[in-house]
Design a binder for this molecule. Structure first.
Ligand code: 13P
Length: 249
């Protein structure tokens, strides 16, 4: 039996206008009715303030943060800006940013540090490409990516990890329970090597085509402590069954 509280986080990516605030309120209401589960939504930067106002007791977060405190970085958002807008957390190192914005693991670690210093909780993402999966050494590669991306002050009270195989994101193709189990064990062992016993308290989420049908099976895996959900987090109708699956896992 794990003593880690499940975390079910939705990543809205580049989706969501004020017209979606009703969905956020409905998801927040379900979160309030699920005291044994932490629920969070990571919305576009423009939606953080209205979402936090619509659901003040709920964890609204951003999807990226700049590694510097302030300065000449056109288009970027600082940790203090996220906090002022009402964010309580942030995602760093999502594979879409590692690919589209060429973010390195060093940058991801710096972003996590900056967010922590501002009082934000952080979900740090790692995951392998299909080529790495097919080559048969995914655990080794993703463990190394995790260690490179970990900030020095990594600890379970502010940081969670999300394992998101790139080939499972938005594809409807989910990793097998066996593959998820092997990866999450490997990542926890890698964490133990860096932060010691606190690794047993740190949440490791699975992400990649999680939905209401497959969530229960995935959350039943011993080292899976919740999910990071993209497409199926955009409406209460799709997200609430995933929260309920975590409640009974
Ligand atoms: P999907 O759930 O749409 O596959 O997205 C997963 C993801 O990238 C969450 O960060």
């Amino acid at each position: 039996m794990t003593t880690r509280r499940p975390l079910i986080a939705g990543n809205w990516k580049m989706n969501g206008l004020k017209a979606s605030l009703g969905e956020i309120s409905a998801i927040a209401a379900e979160a309030a009715a699920s005291p044994a589960v932490d629920v969070a939504l990571f919305v576009p930067a423009t939606l953080i303030a209205p979402a936090a106002a619509a659901a003040p007791d709920f964890l609204i977060g951003g999807q990226d943060v700049h590694e510097n405190e302030s300065g000449a970085h056109t288009g970027c958002v600082s940790a203090a800006m996220l906090v002022e807008a009402g964010a309580k957390g942030v995602i760093v190192g999502h594979s879409e940013r590692r690919t589209d914005q060429h973010e390195t693991s060093d940058t991801v670690a710096a972003k996590a540090s900056r967010a922590k210093a501002a009082g934000l909780s952080v979900i740090l993402c790692v995951g392998e490409s299909l080529a790495v999966r097919d080559a048969g050494n995914a655990e080794e590669v993703v463990s190394a990516q995790l260690i490179e991306s970990l900030p020095q002050e990594a600890a379970s009270d502010w940081l969670s990890i999300a394992y998101e195989p790139i080939w499972a994101i938005g594809t409807g193709r989910v990793a097998t329970v066996e593959a998820i189990d092997a990866m999450h064990r490997a990542l926890r062992a890698a964490l133990r090597g860096v932060i010691g016993e606190d690794a047993d308290k740190l949440r490791i989420l699975y992400g990649g085509s999680v939905n209401g049908e497959n969530a229960a099976e995935i959350f039943a895996v011993a080292d899976v402590d919740g999910g990071l959900v993209g497409g199926a987090s955009l409406t209460a109708g799709k997200f609430v069954p995933i929260i309920k699956a975590a409640r009974s896992a």
